[in-house]
Design a protein around this ligand. Sequence first.
Ligand code: NAD
Length: 333
Amino acid sequence: MAFKRNIIITGGAGFIGSHVVRLFVNKYPEYHIINVDKLTYAGNLANLKDIEKASNYTFIKADICDFEQMLTLFRQYNVNGIIHLAAESHVDRSIKDPFTFAQTNVMGTLSLLQAAKQAWNGDYEGKLFYHISTDEVYGALEFDGTYFTETTKYNPHSPYSASKASSDHFVRAFHDTYGMPIIVTNCSNNYGPYQFPEKLIPLFINNILQGKPLPVYGKGENVRDWLYVEDHARAIDVIFHKGKIADTYNIGGFNEWKNIDLIKIIIRTVDRLLGNPEGTSDKLITYVTDRAGHDLRYAIDSSKLKSELGWEPSLQFEEGIEETVLWYLSNRG
Ligand code: NAD
């Protein structure tokens, strides 16, 4: 069967990627979805058990840094769109091992761009290179009610955000230099099912379930904006189909939380769902030395995405946290 579109999704076995792959495979049977993932510690094919046999889905285990293999895949599958999520994504790991982050996030992105450029060979009709990035490239905000907008100057502080910023620049450079149709989106912190349990929300849910300490950096005063992962996947769908070429969209939940308040909500929700009296797990909160270079506040203005493309988050935070805790309760490792 000839598919209407052949789309590579990189990092599709990871947290956000698995939600994007699932959405596209189920919603667009006329598209062929080719999931390219190296299966690092963060990739897990069990995340995609429900769609792995779909006739419009192919999994390829590969490293995006392998340029020759990427070029072969673009040609073999006649790829006309790519949604690029594969990355090293954990800030704490980037502080210990920045080289791996430069390799995958910068060189891997460049390898995909170059493969797309050679395979498309100047024929950009109906093609799109869609790069998924983070709000962390913008640096940090004060507690002053300001937001990151699409025109905020890049000012990354961690090796992770520096590598993502660099990859964003390469993607835009391929548009400006070669005319490649690209889109970049910068999203705030995601939460929801299938996240690797080193990240704050699944780590804390698991620790509460096991009665282990909940390590809070500094005084827990850092502020993050949180978005339910399925809302991010929906935004990616809308932008992939209706976004303006060469444009940037911020994606966020207008949902800022101090870490310590977020932790208290998680504790309350887990205790309630387990039938424990309120406050049972409060004693697990343990303050630890702050992360080096810890950005104070991230807050993203996603009003452009709402006004131009009509997207907005669907879930209230308390609902999203409840869904997430319920998922981890029924999928205990
Ligand atoms: P993740 O760590 O859960 O998944 C990353 C996936 O990429 C894994 O499946 C891994 O196996 C794969 N991968 C890593 N290196 C690879 C390589 N060299 N070749 C092929 N595959 C490789 O990450 P995530 O949280 O799902 O994030 C996905 C993307 O979204 C990243 O680009 C990240 O920067 C961005 N992002 C994440 C968040 C968040 O809150 N998680 C927020 C904004 C943006």
